[in-house]
Design a protein around this ligand. Structure first.
Ligand code: AMP
Ligand code: ZN
Length: 467
């Protein structure tokens, strides 16, 4: 598989450190509110990457943190007059509900910053011992210039950066480029004891320390949204590589941003939606499908029109699978092996699966992978009917379901028939009647009844309702 690596700015063949295993760390959200649909983009993209790697047979160790101590959490807790942990715990729970709806699997480990302060303190101590960090009045700073490769991920030059920065009056740092690893306690804020007095860790050290604890000093993939490249990921590299003396992550993956109506998402101007809000308006799968219809490194625009289009496309897949399932349940299909013609269609389907795989191998091109699924759906819609054999229809149906499953889309609808499937079946029943094939027409009626759908023949046409 080829992965675009932000570090080398090239698509590179993916070779894991340990054969058959993948260690991946995805920067998680700060939990002070419901997640918005922008946050859902990396969650869905990297979950899909994980699913694809698992499908390829890798054992994936997927770690994603919760930043549960942060200024925004503390502010919200003060506003509500509750403890910061109450805010973070509440939104971690709510986040899980949203992620379940979007079919984002739980990480192998979901460390919380507040439960990992010890490993962060140890990493800061190592950095001080090695001369990469220093303490001033209870604050520990990272000495950015001491890390010679600083800027290698974001392609920034430290002198250019320095020209645009200055030291604030209340700061004690030696160089404007130095960043905070540990900050002293403020009244009314959560704090932990440390060799530098009570306080709390900076944000960047969190990911370096938790990644090392759960995945080891060297990992395969580190991922997140493109806004994290600088300074967060640049600082993570500086901390991790200075502490261990080893390369930190082999591949750095970043998703582009999601905009709303072609404008930047922004909480301050109210131009944002939560996942919760959108899932009240559309089946949550549509959100996932919508995100996967674009390549993850292209900016994506969220609009009603595009969501409607995604909903319609997804319905086409689900309707096709629903019809194939109905055909299989009809009892009219032939027993025995594939006919010559069916064998040709199977070959065509296998070639389309190959197209799906090649797209995914090419830096997770989910948009092209979905196009390959649509070609199989088209083949199914034109070639699967009551005259075919069971093995053939089953093969095509299973293929569509399996490919959707790799993308985290559930194409098999267990609960109830979709309206669109019912409408199509009623059309088929009308056609059967017209052709005087009353046995088939009755059978469709009975089968619908079994699924709880009542047909009523009226002068205006056929009406249906759920029992
Ligand atoms: P945050 O809670 O802001 O740290 O964000 C959690 C994750 O969502 C990070 O990987 C961000 O890069 C990503 N993210 C935030 N906003 C957007 C957006 N509008 N589009 C895509 N990704 C985003
Ligand atoms: Zn991070």
């Amino acid at each position: 598989m080829k992965i675009y690596n932000t570090l080398t700015q090239k698509k590179q063949e993916f070779v894991p450190i340990e054969e058959g295993k993948v260690r991946i760390y995805v920067c998680g959200p700060t939990v002070y509110n419901y997640v918005h649909i922008g946050n859902a983009r990396p969650a869905i993209i990297f979950d899909t990457l994980r699913r694809y790697l698992e499908y390829k047979g890798y054992e994936v160790n997927y770690v994603s943190n919760f930043t549960d101590v942060d200024d925004k959490i503390i502010k919200k807790a003060q506003e509500e007059g509750v403890k910061a942990s109450e805010i973070s715990e509440r939104y971690i729970r709510e986040l899980r509900t949203d992620m379940d709806a979007l079919n984002v699997k739980e990480a192998t480990f979901h460390p919380k910053a507040t439960e990992e302060i010890g490993v962060m303190i140890r990493m800061i101590e190592t950095l001080i011992e090695k001369g990469y960090a220093y303490e001033k009045k209870g604050t520990v700073y990272y000495k950015t210039r001491s890390f010679k490769e600083y800027g290698k991920l974001s392609k920034k030059n430290i002198d250019d950066l320095e020209a645009g920065s200055r030291i604030a009056v209340n700061e004690e740092k030696e160089d404007p480029m130095d960043f905070v690893l540990w900050k002293p306690k403020k009244e009314g804020e959560p704090s932990w004891s440390s060799p530098w007095g009570d306080g709390r860790p900076g944000w960047h050290i969190e990911c370096s320390a938790m990644s090392a604890k759960y995945l080891g000093e060297e990992i395969d993939i580190h991922a997140g949204g493109e806004d994290l490249i600088f300074p967060h990921h640049e600082n993570e590299i500086a901390q991790s590589e200075a502490a261990s003396g080893k390369p930190f992550a082999r591949y750095w993956m970043h998703n582009a941003f999601l905009n709303i109506d072609n404008k930047k998402m922004s909480k301050s101007t109210g131009n944002f939606f939560t996942v919760r809000e959108i899932c009240e308006q559309y089946p949550p799968q549509v959100v996932r499908f919508f995100m996967l219809n674009a390549h993850y490194r292209s900016p994506l625009n969220f609009s009603r029109e595009l969501m409607e289009a995604a909903a319609n496309s997804l319905t086409r897949i689900l309707t096709s699978v629903g019809q194939l399932e109905f055909l299989l349940g009809s009892g009219t299909l032939k027993e025995g092996s594939l006919t010559k013609e069916e064998a040709e269609f199977v070959k065509e389907t296998d070639a389309l699966q190959e197209k799906f795989n090649l797209s995914m191998e090419d830096d997770l091109n989910t948009a092209d992978a979905i196009a390959a699924i649509f070609e199989i759906v088209k083949l199914a819609n034109t070639n699967c009917n009551g005259d075919r054999s069971i093995v053939f229809v089953e093969y095509i149906k299973d293929k569509i379901i399996a490919l959707c499953d790799i993308l985290g889309i559930k194409a098999h609808q267990e609960e109830e028939l979709l309206d669109e499937v019912i409408d199509k079946l009623i059309e088929e029943r009308q056609a059967a009647r017209k052709n005087k094939n009353f046995a088939l027409a009755d059978q469709i009626r009975d089968q619908l009844l079994e699924k709880g759908i009542l047909l009523e023949d009226t002068r205006e046409g056929v009406r249906w309702k759920r029992k």
